[in-house]
Design a protein around this ligand. Structure first.
Ligand code: P6P
Length: 338
């Protein structure tokens, strides 16, 4: 927000998207509609997250999802709110949701669009009942099949071909972080007017000024020797530099990555003996986070190569994740790829 001639001059998300085309081009109208649809849905999700202990949406829905994770009522609610908002855009040919095993598509042929939306409706929802930040993560890909309902071919694309990626963080404030492939911007929800306002016109990831590493060290016994040695090196326990003198871990990807994006450092979810391919899902967690990280000047690796180059094998395939300041991710690669 900035002031000129005594008047408030705010840029809303809609205003930004209208002017956000690459050079002289206008951003594809369908992409704008999808992002606005996600933003609308996230305002509703934010409202429900903010009053969760007062509503009957708190608690488990019963059963587990395709990931084998306990489903929260708010997971299902969030997925429905997003699907309803996106159906109205008539801009997607299909969707992939963390909460649904199969591809989601709309019955009405008119609803078939040129894009695919891949999303985690409420990441970190197991933290909902203890009032810890959660988030919605999204990735937008251009379809590769010519027309009609989207197929698995439209969904299984590498992160490098994403048209846009972002997340909404339901934290102390609700923020929408977005990349269209030309840098990273941040919007803060002004609840007094119900608008996402441009609050961070250019987000860049520093060379670990924050010097925090973020990993679930409870998994240490299940890590490879290379991974163990990498974390010990970060802490200076191998006799060299103390790369990271601080550890921070929320257990909610959006929150842990958001802190890393703003303060530098490294977030990692390594492979281990329980999760040989890592825990985080490629299509709607690792790929969008990787695009944002690299667009902000950081690096995103599997430990053996760029996350954005990984070709998905199925809708819910997983990958190890190392994202953050380039020099720390390079250090991780030097251990993990050997
Ligand atoms: P752990 C949440 O369930 C999630 O998918 C991510 O948001 C988060 O980074 C990760 O799992 C936390 O996993 O094993 O440390 O609890």
């Amino acid at each position: 927000m900035y002031h000129t001639d005594g008047k408030e001059n705010t840029c809303t998300l809609q205003g930004y998207l209208i002017g956000a085309g690459p050079s002289e081009q206008i951003l594809d109208r369908s992409v704008r509609k999808i992002i606005n649809g996600i933003a609308f849905a996230s305002k509703i999700i934010s409202r429900e997250v903010g009053r969760i202990s007062l509503s009957d949406l708190l608690g488990e829905a019963g059963g587990t999802n395709v990931q084998g994770e306990t489903v929260q009522k708010l997971d299902i609610y969030s997925e429905k709110i997003i699907c309803d908002a996106i159906e109205k855009t008539s801009s997607v040919c299909c969707m992939v949701s963390e909460e649904s095993e199969d591809i989601l598509s709309f019955k009405d042929v008119a609803k078939k669009g040129d894009y695919v939306l891949l999303f985690d409706p409420l990441d970190g929802s197991s933290n909902i009942d203890v009032n810890i930040s959660t988030g919605t993560i999204f990735s937008i890909q251009k379809r590769v099949t010519p027309q009609g309902t989207g197929t698995i071919e439209d969904c299984l694309q590498p992160g490098s071909s994403q048209v846009a990626a972002g997340y909404v963080l339901y934290g102390a404030s609700t923020m929408l972080i977005l990349t269209l492939g030309r840098g990273v911007v941040g919007f803060t929800l002004d609840t007094s007017i119900g608008e996402f306002i441009l609050s961070h016109p250019r987000i860049t990831l520093g060379e670990y000024p924050g010097r925090a590493y973020s990993v679930n060290e409870g998994n240490y016994p299940h890590w490879s020797e290379s991974q163990k040695c990498f974390i010990r090196t970060l802490k200076g326990l191998e006799g060299g530099e103390v790369y990271c003198g601080t550890s921070r871990y929320v257990g909610s990807l959006v929150a842990d990555f958001h802190r890393t994006l703003f303060k530098g450092g490294i977030f990692a979810y390594p492979a281990d003996s329980k999760n040989p391919n890592g825990k985080l899902r490629l299509l709607y967690e690792a790929s969008p986070v990787a695009m944002i990280c690299e667009q902000a000047g950081g690096k995103a690796s599997t430990g053996e190569g760029s996350i954005l180059d990984v070709v998905p094998t199925d809708l819910h395939c997983r990958t190890p994740v190392y994202v953050g300041s380039s020099s720390l991710v390079d250090l991780a690669d030097s251990f993990l790829s050997s």
